[in-house]
Design a protein around this ligand. Structure first.
Ligand code: PGA
Length: 241
């Protein structure tokens, strides 16, 4: 596990964008796993900027997003579909047919999840998975207690996650109670992983995940077992490392 501590968020975003850019330049048909949340917003802005300057070409890139709320229409401002188009896909030359998001509106979420696993395999697997971490250590929506061999599935969100994400909704009762998420095994099958952790609020969970025991109670601790993980932290998140 390679741990990089950035001086500030500007440097944090630049390091993250460099890793993604290198991946795409080395392999123009890269398969990227993408995350939502506030942490990767700076990364996505820089990637869009690099595309605009002619430094990056997404025409052959494929993406698979980690997760999606269940029951929110695609055009809902808090759907991850909306987030991805708003913050990245509408600003780069990625082809719609190369974008993959779990369909949270499907009548049969289990089939949606099984099909997603197959689609990732058919694409040749994920080359680089971008990850954030929840305050409870979740990766994707894999909450504490999720078995390490889990695959893409319908998930019940924890109270902690519902509360954390309620900042984006008018009230906590509007936050969906379920989501579709890649499993921990799905994430671990990526050839390389970039974990982004910023802010003092994540400092304790960062130390637990990166230096603590490997346990299902801290889902991100499983990443200690992956051979190619780069973790980027800002100084605040790295306080207890
Ligand atoms: P955040 O979310 O980037 O908004 O903190 C991370 C996560 O919950 O995985």
């Amino acid at each position: 596990m390679k741990i990089i501590i950035a001086e500030n968020m500007e440097e944090f975003n630049e390091i993250a964008a460099d890793i993604v850019s290198r991946q795409i330049r080395n392999k123009p048909d890269s398969v990227l796993g993408l995350a939502t949340g506030s942490t990767p917003l700076g990364l996505y802005a820089l990637l869009a900027d690099k595309y605009k300057k002619g430094e990056l070409d997404f025409s052959r890139v494929k993406t698979f997003n980690l997760d999606e709320y269940r029951g929110l229409p695609k055009d809902h401002p808090q759907s991850y579909y909306h987030y991805m188009y708003e913050n990245l896909f509408s600003k780069i030359n990625i082809k719609d047919e190369n974008v993959n998001l779990l369909n949270g509106e499907g009548l049969d979420p289990y089939k949606v999840c099984a099909d997603y696993e197959e689609k990732i395999k058919a694409a040749g697997g994920i080359d680089l998975q971008v990850l954030g971490i929840g305050h409870n250590g979740h990766i994707g929506f894999n909450e504490p207690g999720t078995p390490f061999d889990s695959v893409t599935d319908l998930i019940d969100l924890s109270e902690r996650t519902i509360e954390a994400n309620s900042r984006f909704f008018e009230s906590p009762d509007q936050v969906p109670r379920q989501a579709l998420s890649m499993g921990i095994k799905t994430i671990m099958q990526a050839r390389s992983i970039m974990l982004l952790i910023s802010g003092s609020g994540k400092a304790r969970i960062a130390a637990k995940a990166l230096k603590g025991p490997i346990t299902q109670n801290v889902p991100a601790s499983v990443l200690q077992l992956h051979p190619f993980v780069t973790v980027i932290l800002d100084k605040e998140a790295a306080e207890y490392l």
